[in-house]
Design a protein around this ligand. Structure first.
Ligand SMILES: Nc1ncnc2c1ncn2[C@@H]1O[C@H](COP(=O)(O)OP(=O)(O)OP(=O)(O)O)[C@@H](O)[C@H]1O
Length: 626
């Protein structure tokens, strides 16, 4: 329970809805626990002929009032209840007064009968509002948990995502958060409602025991309740293990689904349909087996408890009939006894939900408790008018074992356009990733305009950096919304100006809906060149002093690439630019080139200088020319 505490705080935010739901639940409990046995005892006899009996008793008693005979008749007619003619008359008067029936047997019958749907209606309404309001509060909890996980995911170090598949993370945010929500609300609801139902039923039993000592034995039958705890605990433990595995399997399946949907073209091109379908179906099969196990352990609890209740009932039945108890006297007791077991059954289910919730919580807490890696400083420094000077001072970095950057010291003055070249895996991307603090150095410092990056708020730092990635990343929405991501408060005019500078305005205008054209998921409805131009328009709009071009044209064909080069060159103007370059065509616009090899910078100069002095650069150049 302690583990769930932080999430109960979210429930507190929806306390009025939740408390209303609980209040409805309590009413429901009273109607079920106390109302039903009471109805069976007091109302059903009236419906089934107690009324004429009252009449007979009254007329006999009127004749023999006060005699021994009168006492005997009273005892027989109403054992342990109405002991006098006055009481019997009072019952008749109460009915007459309440329902305006002038002693008419039919009116009394109807009145008594009407109590049944009335109590059922009240019970039904209470039950409905209990579920409705408690669910509303539960959905609030879900929204808050999902929000918390979503926020956290955005702050996690990029390294975290290398170790976790996207689909699995999606499954945690959706599936596990949903289960956790269910747990928080079920626990809160049932932990109040069910004990209350139990207490109501017990109260009735105690009341009966006081008024009739024969009923006391039923309380003894309740001693079987503690025995129910044993199967609840054993099955709960098993359930937790299986539920954890089931959720893990659900995560893997969502991962396969996400990967397949993310690479629909590649799947077809490599004929992977059958293989992926096989993998997915095998995962679903494993999930089904685990799910059935969870169902087994979850739903074994109620019948076990019911069996115990039935045993107790059988004992009560035997004992009661031997002590001369009539069916009329026994039925309400039996219902109250049943009402005692019902909450135990539900509490058993709560225990199981808790165990299942714990398994989901484990999975969610992998995200929620993960170290954030790159965080804001406690007292951030603000810098105005960033010019974009960048300095690396003895920077070392490793992703794991092998170092990715070794002792990098470099000064890049504001406004300089620098190309990063080198063989695959040399560290170019890693070097550029250090500037927006996607990663922090293991040691050494990096400065922007002389200020250590770790002293800046992440948001401030990243506001001053634009990245144009290899493949333009577009989000669902319109063309206009996608450009606007560069500057959320940009006007329509600003957006159009940016699009014009990126040479995107003309083709956007040619779309039937112009700027309001939806781009489809990840820009599926646009060509590679169009997407990249939108991405460049976004960069123009952001107008940041530092620009990172991450092989921005590598995904385009030569023709489109050469068209876009001009826009990119325009974009670099007046900005400190790092070009992560594979194709040497893109580095012609650079003022300076850094040659990377095995995490070190082994060459630094202009194209011509390096062509003269750097062997690796020359060999890379040779490879490009062939
Ligand atoms: N997320 C990561 N987790 C672990 N190791 C990584 C990660 N990203 C890169 N590396 C490793 O760090 C080293 C440098 O990689 P980096 O991506 O910086 O090279 P690169 O020069 O940009 O290569 P390429 O031109 O192929 O993109 C490589 O050995 C690579 O395997």
């Amino acid at each position: 329970m302690k583990r769930f505490r932080p999430y109960f705080a979210y429930l507190a935010e929806a306390k009025f809805t939740f408390l209303a739901g609980i209040a409805a639940g309590l009413l429901f409990a009273v109607f079920s626990g106390f109302g039903l046995p009471f109805m069976v005892e007091k109302v059903f006899p009236v419906i089934f002929g107690a009324r004429p009996e009252i009449e007979t008793v009254i007329s006999t008693l009127s004749a023999a009032e006060g005699s021994e005979e009168a006492k005997r008749i009273l005892d027989e007619a109403f054992p342990g209840e109405m002991k006098s003619l006055e009481e019997t008359r009072a019952v008749r008067a109460w009915f007459a007064d309440k329902f305006g029936a002038e002693d008419g047997p039919l009116a009394m019958l109807v009145a008594a009968a009407l109590l049944v749907p009335l109590v059922t209606l009240l019970k039904g309404l209470a039950g409905f509002f209990n579920v409705y309001w408690v669910t509303a509060a539960g959905l609030h909890v879900l929204r808050r948990i999902q929000g918390q996980v979503f926020h956290k995911i955005q702050r996690l170090p990029l390294g975290f995502f290398s170790g976790h598949k996207t689909g699995d993370l999606i499954s945690r945010v959706n599936g596990d958060a949903n289960i956790l929500q269910g747990v928080v609300t079920t626990i809160s609801n049932d932990l109040i409602k069910q004990p209350f139902t139990l207490i109501a039923a017990l109260c009735y039993l105690v009341y009966r025991s006081i008024s009739d000592s024969n009923s006391f034995f039923v309380l003894v039958c309740l001693l079987t309740i503690p025995i129910s705890i044993i199967p609840i605990r054993i099955l709960g433990k098993r359930l937790m293990r299986r539920a954890g595995n089931m959720q893990k399997e659900a995560g893997s399946n969502t991962a396969i689904l996400a990967e397949t949907l993310g690479a629909t073209r590649e799947v077809r091109a490599f004929n992977l349909e059958e293989m992926l379908a096989g993998r997915f179906l095998e995962g679903v099969r494993r999930w089904t087996v685990l799910h059935l196990k969870v169902i087994k352990y979850r739903y074994l609890v109620p019948p076990i408890i019911e069996m115990l209740a039935a045993g107790a009932l059988a004992a009560a039945l035997t004992y009661g009939s031997q002590r001369g108890m009539t069916l009329d006297g026994f039925v309400p007791l039996a219902i109250a006894l049943y009402m005692c077991y019902e909450p135990i059954k539900k509490l058993g289910a709560v225990h199981n939900r808790l165990k299942q919730g714990e398994a989901s919580l484990d999975r969610l807490e992998v995200i929620l408790h993960a170290e954030e890696g790159v965080t804001d400083p406690p007292n951030p420094v603000t810098i105005d008018n960033v010019r974009g000077g960048i300095r690396f001072d003895s920077v070392n970095f490793t992703y794991g074992k092998a170092p990715a950057l070794k002792d990098i010291s470099i000064d890049i003055p504001a406004g300089q356009v620098v190309a990063l070249v080198g063989p695959s895996g040399a560290g170019k991307t890693t070097f550029a990733s250090m500037i927006p603090r996607f990663y922090d150095p293991v040691d050494g410092t990096i400065e922007l305009d002389g200020v250590d990056l770790t002293k800046l708020r992440l948001k401030d730092l990243r506001d001053h950096i634009t990245i144009v990635p290899q493949e333009a990343v577009l989000f669902s929405g319109t063309v206009e919304e996608n450009i606007q991501l560069g500057k959320l408060d940009a006007s329509k005019g600003d957006i159009e100006r940016a699009a014009k500078r990126a040479n995107a305005h003309t083709f956007i205008e040619d779309f039937p809906d112009g700027y309001a054209t939806p781009v489809g998921e990840r820009g599926a409805q646009l060509s590679g060149g169009q997407k990249q131009r939108i991405s460049i328009a976004r960069a123009f709009l952001k107008d940041a002093p530092v620009l990172i071009l991450d092989e921005a044209t590598a995904a385009l064909d030569a023709d489109t690439e050469s068209q876009i080069q001009g826009e990119l060159a325009d974009l670099t103007r007046g900005r400190t630019t790092l070009i992560i370059a594979h194709r040497f065509s893109t580095i012609r616009i650079a003022d300076r080139i850094l040659v990377f090899d095995k995490g070190r910078i082994i060459g630094d100069g202009t194209f011509e200088e390096l062509e003269q002095s750097n062997d690796l650069f020359r060999s890379l150049l040779q490879n490009q020319r062939h």
